[in-house]
Design a protein around this ligand. Sequence first.
Ligand code: SAH
Length: 441
Amino acid sequence: MTGNPYPLGLRLAGRRVVVVGGGAVATRRVPALLDAGADVLVVSPELTPALRAHLDAGRLRWEPRRFVPADLDGAWLVQAAVDDRAAAAAVSAAAAERRIFCVRADDRAAATAWTPAVTRHGPVTVAVLGGGDPHRAMTVRDAVRDLLNARTGRAAAGGTTAGPAGSPEGVSAAAGPEAAPGPAGRGPAAAGSTRGGGAPGRVALVGAGPGDPELITVKGWRLLTEADVVVADRLVPGLLLDELRPDVELVDASKIPYGPSRAQEEINRILVCRALAGKAVVRLKGGDPYVFGRGGEELLACAEAGVPVTVVPGVTSAIAVPAVAGVPVTHRAVAHEFTVVSGHVAPDSPASLVRWESLAGLRGTLVILMGLKNLAAISATLVAHGRPAETPAAVVQEGTTGGQRLLRSTLGAVAQDVVAAGLRPPAVVVVGDVVDALTSG
Ligand code: SAH
């Protein structure tokens, strides 16, 4: 092979790519082709279960037989993902005849195109070719990824490294298409961190997870590291905020000095104003933004002002906090349902939207958030309407954090036990046989 490879970013949306082979190599290569929007045709007598799942979901087409040269008619690119050299050579020859680039899993030297090792950071794609040495490509790729992660503050262990998507082949490094905006199909949230003068701002409603700073999503973390303004709740893990760049404006929503409804209006106003001023705003909320988080109101306020909003779901305390305390919200042969309910309004209050008497008739798991203050009334109401007083109950305070505390009790005794143990919010109350599912027996 003479000459250096010439790096390109192929824009494959709607363009036919033929993958010959339905085994492990094809399984690793197909997702990136689908991500690029390619019209993927797999030619192979067999498919792996993962490829079959793409087929069943309508993401690719399949010819269940051996390759024939006419399969390449109309294709822009072909991947020969077969070990059999003769079969791969036939694909190669048919591709050369049609002037279609051919990636070969079996023989890099015979291929007309090489697959790089890749790492993706929002709209930026870094592709590394290792001079025919896939390990070199991956080593360099890993180093670049760590560098990018360090710059954006992300722990080196994380990242959205793609690959190795089949072994990368070849040499030379190519940074992604800086000139072009993010690939089509990525949401507005994928816009880069460098917003030039006059660029429109945006708001991301990001779920921060239940407390452990590592329980934020990869996407949430990326948006956080790209933010100009972060508006954070009281329940947001402080460590996440520690890592923000010093020039980021941090608004502590819990310190806004009005009553709850005025404070919410003020938060909405801050989100809209900063976004209209061109800032990338992250509204960081404990758990998931839409689980008792008033995220919907913030979305509506932004929408009314014409500000684009991205919602990034989070790991909710309703499921995660019981889980880390050893309580699965469902368990085989124990619970086929779980109900998440807010206990912040007392059952006998006219403002209550919850039919506690109906909940008392359910057999499954009941997860109560914001329920400590009204726990005596809640548990009494549940028992009065038929949930047995001896139903196991657990309370987890500050779950997933270093301050986590767990109390095991029963529905009849839990309110007293919480007071005796001095438990405080934030806490999740779980009622149901799942409380004992992993401990008894
Ligand atoms: N949007 C959040 C819930 C907001 S309501 C989510 O999806 O998790 C606030 C309530 O969530 C608290 O009163 C408490 O009941 C619960 N909660 C949140 N984080 C918690 C934690 N780390 N440990 C225990 N309970 C928690």
